[in-house]
Design a protein around this ligand. Sequence first.
Ligand SMILES: *Cc1c(COP(=O)(O)O)cnc(C)c1O
Length: 400
Amino acid sequence: MNYNIDCNGYYGEFGGAYIPEMMHANISELQQNYLKILECEDFKSEFSKLLKDYAGRPSPLYHAERLSYYYNTGIYLKREDLNHTGAHKINNAIGQILIAKRLGKSRIIAETGAGQHGVATATVCALMGMKCVIYMGKLDVDRQAPNVLRMKMLGADVIPVYSGNMTLKDATNEAIRDWICNPADTHYIIGSVVGPHPYPDLVARLQSIISEEIKWQLEEHTGSPDPDYVIACVGGGSNAAGAFYHYLDNEMVKLVAVEAAGKGIDSGESAATTVLGFPGVIHGSRTILMQNDDGQITEPFSISAGLDYPGIGPLFAHLKKNGRAIFEHATDDEALEAALLLTRLEGIIPALESAHALAVLKKIQFGSDDVVVVNLSGRGDKDMATYMKFLEETENKRYK
Ligand SMILES: *Cc1c(COP(=O)(O)O)cnc(C)c1O
């Protein structure tokens, strides 16, 4: 089985570039140049220098002993939460702004859900002295206030989006609209492995540093570069794509993709795309998405703004279809409990998104000798208000 794109940007039957005429010039410029740029020595050395000196890579691979004892298996956390700006998003943002520079662009636009991609983009724009416009659903602006402040401090224009359910999908629509109106000077930094070809492949390559590091770090810990499991949460799928990338062809390594079930799969308030969705086209690529009988996109729901998306990257639609990855899901409540458990056992407050990956640890029967890598995609600072509410409710219950 092949897990790479073909020459038209398809993973099997998923992917491609379904775009309006007006976007064609920008997309084909990117299609024709991205591999050339990625492979050029000058890009490679600037990218790896910034990842190291600016973002703080390599991020540690931490053997979580108390969590391992709790689940009676060997658990390692890939600490993307320790990157500059607090998540894996910075890897992609640095890579793409270096590409934008080489394409002669001076203005950057991006969409954001939890605000982590917006912050990462605003950060690299400050670093490179570029103009920055971030589109963010109004609901997300309200529930991720600390990240909105960070973006503003960094000099970005944050534009609240009032269409749809005012979350990530709607912000993405607005960013696409902006790009169509400003084709010449603007680069659109998409934050996940979604969108028209070449974005899914481009973002996966930029995030693949995660599994590149896991391999040598795990070899140092255990003597083997290959774990039994790699577990990652999936919104669009960029942190999972990065964590899976160098293991895709090694069938001995089980890959577990975790979607957000929201209030429950059958609650009508969920974001578990591969359970509830069907093939269709969203934001420029053919993939699996949540839609009604008329092909209209169903509004997703998750407590976690970063997972609140009705689609999934085409790579993941492919991995689902051919069975290479195991798809699991976790509800809001399961994620909150998993976040509290990690915090109390290891002193690490995870992002709500990452907590979904942690929540499936109790759902899989691991062997005591298994090596399980969980990609801790981000840190929980932005989610403190949600966590405090959960903590108060939990303590109230306990004292009743
Ligand atoms: C954005 C985000 C996600 C979800 O996006 P992917 O592209 O699926 O990785 C997950 N975790 C964190 C911390 C995020 O900021």
